[in-house]
Design a protein around this ligand. Structure first.
Ligand code: NAD
Ligand code: UFG
Length: 339
């Protein structure tokens, strides 16, 4: 019995592998290393003292994936593999629809052909679109996404719902992540974006280490307490723990489609994060206020109560710990896994 982790070498995947192994699950990892390094998986072994099989394969390669299912007894899949850059998705929509949606459909076909019908999917708060008001609840109408990346997440949710409707043996848990930051306490695994980061925390840590000169704060005229955007930042190890709870829940019985927010329920502004980072690390962040970034909303935070009630999961780590851990990873690995 094993859990197949697609995209397991990536940021959230590698942290989830650690938590799954620590919880006693056997895992098999598949990744094409498009946005990651196989070295992250060596570090997962180092951190846990446990071994597992890893395959270099694209999830769209049905033959390669079928072989993985034939060689292992897979009970459930945690599906992280996909492309995730919002701006890039606007420039290359076909690549995003092909990789994220095409990849998920092919993965599900191989799963079905091998009798594995349990999937935990990496969705995103982005599926709530522009029109819902925070705190965001799972019962709110999803859709109204503003970029191809977000639309792939929304469409995959619908596809998985349809698969579960058509065949009641299927169970799909859709986890809507808010803003994952932080890193494993050891500083051995963490987020390693290619090129200039899009997201706030990796941008801050790269300014702190001197790789980038100055953070641009995208707008200070939002209707928020200090005018900058408010988000629900969640420690990646808490998020990883949410996957362990979700997979346990799915393996304990048939549940059909279940949707959970994984967030803290608290909103922090961009300036809160800059101040929190400076306080936690003692490093000053050079920043300037610039125009709003197109497509951004003022405020986005979760109501995480359903995950607590049903899965017994809640986020435990605070902003200070998120900042400290992000910084430990960046300062010990200034060039990511190449160090
Ligand atoms: P990541 O890029 O670090 O990890 C994704 C992994 O998938 C990478 O290792 C990449 O090489 C692999 N991959 C991509 N396409 C593949 C394919 N076709 N076949 C095999 N492997 C493939 O990203 P992450 O931050 O760890 O995100 C994991 C998942 O969570 C993604 O689906 C992402 O969209 C989703 N998500 C992330 C965030 C966030 O802010 N990080 C927020 C919401 C949802
Ligand atoms: N921000 C800056 N400067 C930067 C980067 C970000 O001021 O250089 C601000 C943004 O304007 C926003 C906040 O910091 O107010 C957070 O921005 P991120 O880019 O880190 O995160 P987003 O909330 O925009 O998006 C993230 C993921 C998406 C996902 C979404 C909802 O990148 O993939 O959360 O889950 F869809």
């Amino acid at each position: 019995m094993a859990i197949l982790v697609t995209g397991g070498a990536g940021f959230i995947g590698s942290h989830t592998c650690v938590e799954l192994l620590n919880a006693g699950y056997d895992i098999v990892v598949v990744d094409n290393y498009y946005n990651s390094s196989p070295k992250s998986l060596d570090r997962v072994r180092e951190l846990t003292g446990k071994d597992f099989k890893q395959y270099e394969c694209d999830i769209r390669d049905s033959e390669g994936m079928d072989k993985i299912f034939k060689e292992n007894k897979i009970d459930a899949v945690i599906h992280f593999a996909g492309l995730k850059a919002v701006g890039e998705s606007c420039r290359k929509p076909m690549e995003y629809y092909d990789n994220n949606i095409g990849g998920t459909v092919k993965l599900c076909q191989v799963m079905r052909d091998n009798g594995c019908k349990n999937i935990v999917f990496s969705s995103s708060a982005t599926v709530y679109g522009m029109n819902n008001v925070s705190p965001l609840k799972e019962t709110m109408k999803a859709g109204g996404t503003t970029n191809p990346y977000g639309t792939t997440k929304y469409m995959i949710e619908i596809i998985l719902e349809d698969i579960c409707k058509a065949d009641e043996e299927w169970n799909a848990t859709l986890l809507r992540y808010f803003n994952p930051i932080g890193a494993h306490k050891s500083g051995r695994i963490g987020e390693n974006p290619n090129g200039i980061p899009n997201n706030l925390m990796p941008y801050i840590t790269q300014v702190a280490i001197g790789r980038l000169p100055c953070l641009s704060v995208f707008g200070n005229d939002y209707d928020t307490p200090d005018g900058t955007g408010v988000r629900d930042y969640i420690h990646v190890v808490d998020l990883a723990d949410g996957h362990v709870k979700a997979v346990k829940n799915i393996l304990e019985g048939k549940k059909g489609v279940q949707i959970f927010n994984l967030g803290t329920g608290k909103g922090y502004s961009v300036l809160d994060i800059i101040n929190g980072f400076e306080k936690a690390t003692g490093v000053k962040i050079n920043y300037k206020i610039v125009d709003r970034r197109p497509g951004d909303i003022a405020t986005c935070y979760s109501d995480p109560s359903k995950a607590k009630e049903v899965l017994g999961w809640e986020a435990k780590r605070d902003i200070e710990e998120m900042c400290e851990d992000s910084w430990r990873w960046q300062s010990q690995n200034p060039n990511g896994f190449e160090d």
